[in-house]
Design a protein around this ligand. Structure first.
Ligand code: ADP
Length: 499
């Protein structure tokens, strides 16, 4: 099938989060399955200076934005290691800035974000015609692309070359909705009649995520469990009604892992490489190196429990900090935290590291290398998330023989099998899960994990069960292939019944 993937981020061109990883990795796997994928993203300064070859297409276009006409052009590149064409929508006033969504010097969103992504979405619609792209399905992602399905349905559906195109919309996180004041409706160029609570309006504002959810043929998100959860409050973030109404076309596919980057057998950042057969000795090396690096006592038998991630409310940092504080003096555990984020979460962690330097190491920075070293050197990885659309660290942990403790939410439910007696007996257990968002529940799981850690045969089994699983992109890409097929079929059926 011919897929046009529309996204505001894709590795290696531009990245602020997991969306970029998905849109950088999925096209390569789809290509292997025989799909023809084209990617289209904004030509941010970051994308233009990423050191990738860029060609001028020489094709210029004009876009109506409110009462203005704004010109732009397309640059062309290729996704490294593939033959996937990448088009970059260029207009430097919008995209040639130091940040992607925010001014890095103030941390504030750009005030014209709505205008920037109206421009991008209209440019995508024009690209199909001007670049003569053959498209069966447009795959749009997150609020930045929410207008694409609306323009297709409301303005282009009768334009030759566009009639047969279907739209799949992927939600990567319901908490980010692209909400703007009502006057920005004028920038979209769409009739005010669509500004109603059943379509583009949300409590008096324009909501671009909702727009995408309403006008797309099919919807999906990044895990089956999250697809269920967002159909009710609080995880639907106010759009649960829309998602319930569209549940027949909503599904979930877990993101894959790029094992070229995340495999302890080949990882260049590690003190020692290892596989499921050599994990005992390999992990011992990595653990000692990590302890040395972080200034913790080099004791092999003390369980090392780690967290890597954003210090944000979503990630359950309050629960984690309270648990460390309450157990640090009484429980023989070393705690390692790597993260950046909200100052309110940083201070208590900094305090704990200062007060208990032999038990707690905290690095408040972004370090990919250290993230790899922690995955390899830790025994247990903890993710007490309030919500988690998919989550990647638990999947890395499985591969690195680091047993995860997770809260039972979103993708964490779909990927981690709790070490119940039954799951241990049939060798399916890969970690520990708790449901209630409470310190008590996290503590209970931690206790179970520490007890398992003290039983070497059981621990070896848990480690092996995780390490031998395959969470690569190939299975997920097959899932997307199936969704594209369903999307295209629904358009054909719609056209047939309209005749
Ligand atoms: P989310 O996308 O919600 O932040 P994920 O678990 O899906 O969470 O992915 C987060 C990714 O970012 C992981 O690859 C994780 O290792 C990485 N990461 C997060 N914080 C840091 C940090 N401080 N240093 C290095 N890597 C980090």
């Amino acid at each position: 099938m011919k897929i046009l993937m529309v996204t505001s981020e894709a590795v290696p061109f531009a990245k602020t989060g997991g969306l970029a990883d998905v849109c950088g990795a999925l096209p390569a796997e789809l290509e292997k399955l025989g799909h023809e994928v084209t990617l289209i993203i904004p030509a941010y300064r970051q994308a233009k200076s990423a050191g990738l070859p860029l060609q001028e297409t020489g094709i210029r276009f004009d876009i109506p934005i409110g009462s203005k006409i704004v010109g732009g052009t397309f640059l062309k590149s290729t996704l490294p290691g593939t033959s996937v064409s990448v088009y970059l929508v260029e207009h430097d006033d919008y995209f040639g800035r130091s940040g992607i969504y925010q001014d890095p010097s103030t941390g504030e969103d750009y005030r014209d974000n709505c205008e920037r992504f109206v421009f991008f979405c209209r440019a995508v619609m024009e690209a199909i015609r001007l670049l003569d792209l053959q498209v069966d399905v447009i795959h749009a992602n997150d609020w930045q692309t929410g207008l694409v399905p609306a323009y297709l349905k409301l303005e282009y559906s009768a334009v030759p070359g566009y009639e047969q195109i279907g739209t799949l919309f992927t939600i990567h996180n319901m908490a980010y909705q692209g909400v703007f004041w009502h006057w920005d409706m004028l920038l979209t160029g769409l009739d005010w009649k669509y500004f109603n609570w059943q379509q583009m309006e949300f409590f008096g504002n324009l909501n671009l995520l909702k727009t995408g959810l309403i006008f797309s043929d099919r919807l999906n998100t990044v895990s089956p469990r999250y697809a269920e959860e967002i159909q009710s409050a609080p995880l639907g973030c106010g759009l649960e009604g829309v998602l319930q109404a569209r549940r027949d076309v909503l599904s979930g596919i877990v993101n894959g892992v790029d094992y070229r980057d995340w495999d302890p057998a080949t990882d260049k950042h590690l003190a020692a490489n290892y596989t499921a057969d050599t994990v005992d000795i390999g992990k011992a090396h990595c653990k000692a190196a990590l302890q040395r690096e972080l200034g913790l006592p080099e004791v092999p038998g003390t369980p090392l429990v780690a967290f890597v991630g954003r210090l944000a409310t979503q990630k359950g940092i309050d629960l984690l900090t309270a648990t460390i504080r309450d157990r640090v003096q009484t429980t023989e555990v070393q705690w390692v935290i790597l993260g950046t984020g909200e100052p309110d979460y940083q201070d208590p962690l900094r305090y704990l590291a200062g007060r208990y330097p032999n038990r707690v190491a905290v690095k408040l920075e972004f370090s990919n290398k250290l993230a790899h070293q922690i995955e390899a050197g830790a025994d247990i990885f903890v993710m007490p998330s309030r919500y988690e659309p998919c989550g990647l660290n638990q999947l890395y942990s499985l591969k690195y023989g680091t047993v995860p403790i997770v809260r039972a939410t979103g993708g964490l439910v779909d990927t981690i099998v709790d070490a119940s007696d039954a799951a241990i007996a049939d060798k399916r257990a890969t970690g520990f899960r708790f449901s209630e968002y409470s310190e008590l529940a996290l503590n209970e799981s931690l206790q179970r994990a520490l007890s398992a850690y003290s039983q070497p045969e059981l621990w070896k089994q848990l480690v092996r069960n995780g390490m031998t699983q395959d969470w690569s992109w190939s299975a997920s890409a097959r899932g997307y292939g199936e969704l594209y097929r369903l999307t295209a079929n629904s358009v054909r059926r719609g056209l047939a019944s309209a005749r």
